[in-house]
Design a protein around this ligand. Structure first.
Ligand SMILES: *Cc1c(COP(=O)(O)O)cnc(C)c1O
Length: 547
């Protein structure tokens, strides 16, 4: 298998392209054949990793892991270290992603991923991605000045968490502008305030008087527009960007090491990671960690009632939901392709309200590679076959709304993963119970994290203490989704304001804002006009400043 000293290259899951560099993969986002980029080889850990990495800081661990996926010829070691240091200096917790024990008797722990600038786990990836974009651009512009400089225009749509994390990842970055469209009045007040109170010149909020779908359509139309692509270099930050997956691998290792330093964890103990899942990005990083050699016994998928993944793991059939309305067409909620509104159920955990899970395609490729070929076959042939299978599955998803996989594929998927679906009622119950339980008294879960904890408790009934520990990923701070918390704990508002609400959120809604309003009736051409005018104004200001 791989040796990490060789240069790491990337291929498309649909077999259309091979041999991409890390830089190309990060700047392109999506492959030309519509597939997603994956590393040609999953790197194997150095044989002494367990002792060598045991006591590393989060940043040093990130460096060890990232350098298995990024060739030093692309980003020299000192530069990579500097990018990592700057990316995690913005976190409030010293150890970036701390692990806390929620239930000592049941061996349930929480991996807190919400100590970044926007209080959700997406910061771990987007702080890094923002610095990467800037690094690549500045390097490309080394001997250029003024209008010769390459300028990147990041365009995205959001229903909440992605937009704010992208804005905080890209604010103030050289040679990069960011435009985030959101449905006016339809994102939570705190999320809207987080986005629109960022006043850096390169940050552009566009409030659309439409739905999240309309915003998605605008983004898609801009990416497809030859005019726009002729004059602007567009980039995306949605969860299919490989650098986001990469950045999320670190905390699986980090949390594992945190756990083995605890006394209750014995050499014979097993670990299960439980991940509240929407687009399958966060948990896919766990899959990479496991494939690299992290001894995780299982990865546990926790879905809300948008349960396409749970249904797949039950049946081997991957199919869009049509229960909530007309036959749905299209993609995923927070990222990428359009999600037909009628197919997505609105839940208390909106960041997981998806129709299909975009990153699942990456897992499918590895399953096909392992199941349909053996190491006796030539690698190039194995890759081509895996790409063909993925292409056929995804074509069926598009044309027929779903596809079924062979028993062996499902069995391979079940080997690494199990899954649970958690309803809104159970989400509320999970917040209540955790808050009241003697072991975790007063701990307030956000609704996404609550889904993970509910799934962890169920998993612990199947494989629990003393041998198994569960690490459940806490993906957001409860103050970000306070209406669900209020629903669960209606009598504890004072406690919430005093003990839970972060200082950063107090008064945030009264701060000055900058936002442009876009009419749905102006169409995507109207958006294009705004983007072109605002980038031009930004460049003129930079010209004046003599950059
Ligand atoms: C984005 C998000 C998720 C889902 O993550 P995926 O990578 O899409 O599975 C879960 N919780 C919160 C709070 C999020 O913002």
């Amino acid at each position: 298998m791989a040796s990490h000293t060789a240069s790491q290259r990337y291929l498309s899951t649909r077999g259309g392209s091979y041999d991409f560099s890390f830089e190309e993969v990060v700047l392109k986002g999506l492959a030309a054949d519509g597939g997603l980029f994956i590393p040609e080889e999953i790197p194997v850990l150095p044989s002494d990793w367990a002792t060598k990495w045991h006591n590393l800081s989060f940043e040093d661990l990130a460096y060890e892991i990232f350098s298995l996926y990024i060739s030093p010829s692309e980003i020299p070691a000192a530069d990579l270290k500097d990018i990592i240091r700057r990316s995690y200096a913005t976190f409030r917790a010293n150890d970036v992603t701390p692990t806390v024990t929620l239930d000592k008797d049941k061996n349930i722990h929480l991996l807190e991923l919400f100590h970044g600038p926007t209080f959700a786990f997406k910061d771990v990836a987007l702080q890094f991605l923002g610095n990467l974009f800037e690094y690549f651009l500045v390097r490309r512009n080394e001997n250029k000045s003024g209008r010769d400089r390459e300028h990147l225009t990041v365009v995205g749509a959001t229903s909440g968490d992605t937009g704010s994390a992208a804005i905080y990842g890209l604010r103030g970055k050289k040679d990069v502008s960011v435009f985030i469209m959101f449905p006016h009045g339809k994102v939570s007040p705190i999320q809207e305030a987080q986005m629109t109170t960022v006043l850096d010149a390169n940050v552009h909020n566009l409030a659309v008087d439409g739905t999240f779908d309309d915003c998605q359509d605008f983004v898609k139309a801009l990416f497809a527009d030859p005019e726009m692509n002729k004059t602007h270099k567009l980039a995306a930050v949605n969860s299919i960007n490989w650098a986001r997956i990469l950045a999320q691998i670190t905390y699986y290792f980090y949390s594992y090491f945190n756990l083995i330093r605890q006394q209750s964890f014995l050499p014979a103990s097993k670990v299960r990671f439980v991940v509240p899942t929407g687009n399958f990005g966060d948990i896919l990083a766990g899959y990479f960690a496991k494939r690299m050699g992290l001894p995780a016994e299982k990865l546990v998928i926790a879905t809300n009632e948008n349960d396409i993944l749970h249904r797949f793991w039950e049946s081997g059939r991957y199919e869009k939901h049509t229960v909530y309305g007309a036959a749905a067409e299209g993609g995923f909620a927070e990222d990428g392709v359009k999600a037909h509104e009628s197919g997505v159920k609105e839940t208390l955990s909106p960041a997981m309200d998806i129709l299909v899970s975009s990153n699942f395609e990456r897992l499918l490729w590895f399953l096909a590679y392992e199941v349909y070929s053996t190491s006796a076959d030539a690698v190039s042939q194995r890759r081509a076959q895996a790409g063909d299978h993925v292409k056929n599955w995804l074509n069926d998803l598009k044309a027929k709304g779903g596809f079924s996989v062979d028993k062996q594929i499902l069995a391979a998927a079940q080997e690494d993963f199990s899954s649970y679906r958690v309803s809104d009622e159970e989400t509320i119950e999970s917040i209540k119970q955790t808050y009241a339980a003697p072991s975790s008294k007063g701990y307030v879960l956000d609704p996404h994290t609550a889904i993970g904890v509910a799934a962890a408790l169920r998993s612990a009934e199947v494989s629990g203490p003393p041998s198994t520990h569960h690490i459940s990923l806490a993906t957001a701070h409860p103050a970000k989704f306070s209406s669900a918390v209020e629903q669960a704990l209606p009598d504890d508002k004072a406690y919430f304001v005093e003990k839970v609400l972060p200082e950063e959120f107090k008064g945030l809604e009264d701060k000055p804002r900058r936002v442009s309003h876009v009419k749905k009736s102006d169409g995507w051409q109207g958006v294009r006009k705004v983007v072109i005018a605002e980038v031009e104004a930004e460049l003129q200001a930079a010209d004046k400043a003599g950059r």
